[in-house]
Design a protein around this ligand. Structure first.
Ligand code: AGP
Length: 606
């Protein structure tokens, strides 16, 4: 949801800002722009489209400046036009502002400013900020005072930053419910929506909390509370990721790189078994009712966890899409609300957790980004350590979350004495074999999946079917297909098909069925029934299964055979196939894989 980057102090910060917003482009890439201080004058350059093209077209790297801010936009208020692109300047051009979030009371403020003679050139909520700064500066002749006054009248969510020709060697910024952090170098200071904005220059970060603002110059920075105006002494967070891990490392896309990183990220997740989960398990034990939350992919992670908790720990924990949480959940101090979030910044999940907290519920989360809002908000957090996930499509983070939630379910079951230590160890062995099996599948099956995806890339309608725990795998695989290939794909429980959708089966509908290993007899047979139903209507079925070659010759139109694996990990291996099938379909259709249209990596708006 928009990326902000800023720097003050270097001889020329153009290159730094370029790298900053390029690294943040996964947050939004509709348009971008910079505001640079040049001899006490603010120079603005902006355009629609991506960062690299913008820099090339406008020769921005040639523009010298020691202080500047930059922005890459994901449109919320106002269409994708040059006029709506950040930064915005005040009418006298003494302030330039960038913003991420939504100013909810911008309409009355804009009407008032218009009455006072301020001219507006965009449809955005952000432009009022520049005018408010100018207006309040006129009465106080003090930039910080004008800033505080503006912060106290705007409502909604924001990470915002500005530069001003009245104090040319400074950057001002503030945060409420949208992420913003400072990078602390020796003779240079940075701001960024996340670490990626300055990771090449410093590993020292200060994470702003809601209701704080900061002022930065080459040699100093100060963080203050918006309401009290008192200085807040903030800890320095050491960034553990390095920029190398965020680069593509020879893969054509981040998505493929991140799919191939899964053996590693699962191993890292499994390291938590020894040390990192006991507190969380206690939370589950102590709570009378548990809700599992997530949205988009992490909703499917929560759904997967629902099946795992039921299967292993004999507990029924409902899974709720975070955006529906308020409408559904009745929580109180006996409840636990446990969520999954890659970014830790997703508005829907964050506000659901805040609501839960306000009702006295316990909260927990598995999160990939340390220092993120959700990581800091919840009572107990599991940092999954999957490393930066740059592609907008979530793959490795989701799979690791599923593994971590399986570990939690196993520990809960052991604690409740629902399973013996022996069974626990059998499950653990199965999980520990997973990285190697996935590595093998990636190496040996991707060529075939690639060919299959090319062959069927013109299919416009896919049904993804799975029963039991394979149902969330079907849902998540279908979501991958929709978001990266822009192909209609509908995930559905296998048993649901005959209750309506079967009527659609014809030459134009292609089905993928996630077939459990035959050892899971009941589920396997139930899945077979749904395949028969499709085949009886001459429908196309791609079966992803674990039985031997040739055994099902007449059943499938195409089949992808996987090695024999324990039933605990079978669905996770099939998810990797779902990810690859979506990826190769997208490349075959020449989609913008890492930055699909209309999406953004972390959705920090309602
Ligand atoms: C994943 O591929 C999606 N782009 C999206 O559904 C995502 O999972 C969702 O927005 C939640 O994000 P989070 O994990 O960062 O909270």
């Amino acid at each position: 949801m928009c990326g902000i980057s800023g720097a003050v102090g270097l001889k020329n910060i153009s290159q730094v800002l370029f790298e900053g917003i390029r690294n943040l482009e996964y947050r939004g890439y509709d348009s971008c722009g910079v505001a640079l201080m040049n001899k006490k004058r603010i120079v603005i350059k902006k355009d629609i489209g991506g960062v690299e093209e913008f820099y090339r077209k406008h020769n921005v790297l040639q523009m010298e400046s020691k202080t500047g801010i930059a922005h890459t936009r994901w449109a919320t208020h106002g269409k994708v036009t040059l006029e709506n692109t950040h930064p915005f300047t005040s009418n006298e051009k003494n302030f330039a502002v960038v913003h991420n979030g939504i100013i909810s009371n911008y309409r009355p403020l804009r009407d008032q400013l218009k009455k006072e003679g301020y001219k507006f050139f965009s449809e955005t909520d952000t432009e009022i900020l520049a005018h408010l700064l100018e207006k309040f500066y006129k009465s106080s002749r003090n930039v910080e005072k004008a800033f505080i006054k503006m912060l106290n009248i705007i409502e909604g969510t924001f990470a915002l930053a500005f530069i001003s020709s009245h104090l040319p060697d400074h950057i001002f910024c503030a945060k409420r419910e949208s992420p913003l952090m400072l990078g602390i170098g020796d003779e240079v200071k940075f701001i960024g929506s996340d670490f990626n904005a300055f990771i090449d220059h410093t590993k020292n970060a200060v994470i702003l909390d809601d209701g704080e603002y900061a002022i930065l110059s080459r040699d100093a920075y100060v963080v203050k509370n918006i309401l009290s105006k008192d200085e807040v002494i903030k800890p320095i967070t050491k960034i553990e990721w390095d920029s190398e891990t965020t680069k593509k490392g020879g893969y054509p896309h981040y998505m493929l790189k991140e799919i191939y990183e899964q053996p590693q990220t699962i191993s890292t997740a499994l390291d938590l078994e020894a040390s990192g989960l006991d507190d969380i398990v206690d939370l589950f034990v102590e709570s009378e009712n548990v809700y599992l939350l997530g949205v988009g992919t992490t909703f499917y992670v929560a759904k997967y966890a629902k099946y795992i908790f039921s299967k292993i720990a004999k507990e029924f924990f409902p899974s709720i899409s975070s955006d529906e949480f308020l409408a559904l959940a009745n929580v109180d101090k006996r409840s636990l609300v446990f969520s999954a979030s890659q970014s830790g910044e997703t508005y829907d999940t964050l506000s659901a957790l805040k609501h839960a907290k306000s009702k006295g519920a316990r909260t927990g989360a598995v999160v990939n980004v340390m220092g993120s809002s959700i990581a800091r908000l919840v009572d107990k957090v599991v940092l999954q350590g999957s490393g930066p996930e740059i592609c907008v499509i979530s793959t490795k983070a989701a799979l690791s979350q599923m593994v971590i939630l399986t570990l939690i379910a196993m520990k809960l079951a052991l604690k409740k004495k629902v399973i013996t230590r022996k069974v626990y160890n059998t499950h653990l062995r199965a999980l520990r074999e997973l990285p190697e099996i996935i590595e093998g599948v990636l190496n040996e099956r991707s060529g075939f999946i690639h060919r299959l995806a090319n062959k069927y890339s013109s299919s416009r309608n896919w049904l993804y079917l799975g029963r039991g725990i394979y149902y969330p795998i079907a849902l998540e695989s279908a979501l991958k297909m929709k978001e990266v290939a822009y192909v209609h794909a509908e995930g559905m429980p296998g048993g649901f098909l005959k209750h309506g959708t079967l009527a659609m089966i014809d030459d134009d509908i292609f089905s993928i069925v996630f077939v459990p290993p035959p050892e899971d007899k009941a589920l396997y047979e139930a899945t077979m029934h749904c395949i028969e139903e499709i085949r009886a209507r001459s429908g196309f079925v791609l079966g992803i299964h674990f039985t031997q070659q040739g055994k099902n010759q007449d059943l499938y139109s195409e089949e992808l055979i996987l090695p024999k694996v324990p039933s605990l990990t079978a669905p996770l291996i099939q998810l990797v196939i779902g990810q690859l099938f979506a990826y190769f379909t997208a490349t075959s259709l020449k989609r913008n894989v890492d930055k699909p249209r209309s999406l953004a990596k972390s959705v920090t708006v309602a």
